[in-house]
Ligand binder design. Sequence first.
Ligand code: ADP
Length: 553
Amino acid sequence: MKKLPLENLTTTLDQKERQTTKYISQQKYNAQKRMLSALKKTSEALALATDAKLILEKIATALGKSLGAKYVNFWEFTPDKKGLFITAAYGMQRQYLVQSKKHPITLGTAWVGRAVATKKVWATSDVQTDPKLPSSWLPAVKKQAYHGVLCLPLMKKGEALGGMCIYYKQIHEFDYFEMALATITANQAATAMANAKLFSELLAEKNKTIATIQSLKDGLIIYDLGGKVMFFNHRAEEYLWLRAKDVIGKNFAEKDTEQNVYLKNFYNISKIVQTEYSSKEFTTDGPQKLVLEITQVPINDQYQKIGVMQILRDITKEKDLEIMKSGFVATASHQLRTPLSGTKWALDLLARGDAGELNEEQKSIVNKLLTSNQALINLVNDLLDISRIDEGKFGYEFVASDLIKLAQQLYEQTKNDAARKNLNYIFMPPDFKLPPLKLDPAKLAIAIRNLLDNAIKYTPDKGKVTIYFRLEEKTAALLVQDTGIGIPEKDRKFISVKFFRAPNAIKFQTEGSGLGLYIAKSIIEKHNAALDFETEEKIGSTFIIRFVLPEKK
Ligand code: ADP
């Protein structure tokens, strides 16, 4: 049998006594069995707990009991690393632990101090007669009444993290098996200590993150992939008048929330259909009216998406200001509408020759005036729509409707415009059945019409525009694909911002207000649908409206 390096073992038993039996006795066999079961117990402690002290206490108890030792203890470094004190023990009275914290053992002294300093095992079969024990310590050792002592360093990656000692009431000969067991246990304890340290560091990091998130000015809700709420910060509680403990771990069905306006707000927010990183507005119902801007962000681990986060920003004040501004625009637009209509009426009269025949030059001037006048009327109408939208006065009436039929009607209405540009203009009815959707057909027509007009407008002569449908997991999509000018990368984030027109669009088609998509987006979102696009410059664009499919009953 290969011996462990025991150069620091002092023994009082002579050579003859040590070699009395070649084969182990039944008694020894039983003892070894007990020790192995202790080893199993210590491994279990390691797997179950994360609190270092608790693990060490369990290990000490399992080891102490199986060895029949008087004490087993674990030693930790003092903060200055110059001393060691007892952190967990078996068999010892509490007062010894308190005492050792007050008066730590200096590194390099006593058996544990030597074991940790030299990173080796130190043992003595009888500490009371061992010359290495300073005489001044003898009374204390006698009082505690132990003889055999074994101390080991707790090693991890070549570094001593602390020490472990086993104390026997009697004079004790340490055999190979016991030494091996003690070494394995010490290694386990070292792993436990290292893991616990890592765990407590992680916990501290987690707490720091939570504290940061809790103190955010924005509301934050985290969902797992199944839609269950995992986190709900203080601001979200404040905005939605709900307590985190009432929503965390839950995944509400619509009927659970019908009786409670706050839960209903939360349910509607959680079900907002959103393209990731884009924002949507939501006005809360109930006594506290808030306008929240909701942004959805995916949460990924190293490999895959594991959840989603919604960030809630209170934009009520900004909204109020916008409403005031809209009020002004609305009044101005109203005032403009009357004279513009008057001018149109007069120009129509002139164009028809009702006020006398016009010569060719005059006719051409009047026609130009008519076109400009119409552009102004369109602009004023758009502005009026926008101010109504911003003020929330764009009254909606939702009825179960046939989306495909609506899209086809709009296709028919725009066919002539496409023909004028010699476009290959195609409507592809879907090859699947779409259930009726809750729509406001008149409002949605404005939005879809705008996408069709844009596709026609921004596609050069002889290009192709296709309207088609796609069934997705939880949504049905209406797609308008063109082979037009596309949207340059740098301009994409501004699309559907009020008045924004990309430079390539201005160059290609001088007329346009940059209001159409803003109006379309707002209408689409009121349908709990989402507007999205895919585009490549000079290749074409696809604008996509995604409608949530009704839940199957
Ligand atoms: P307008 O068409 O009056 O300029 P919109 O709000 O409808 O205003 O569109 C905003 C901008 O989005 C356009 O000016 C253009 O830059 C871009 N855009 C919209 N639809 C398309 C499209 N189908 N192809 C290329 N660019 C488009």
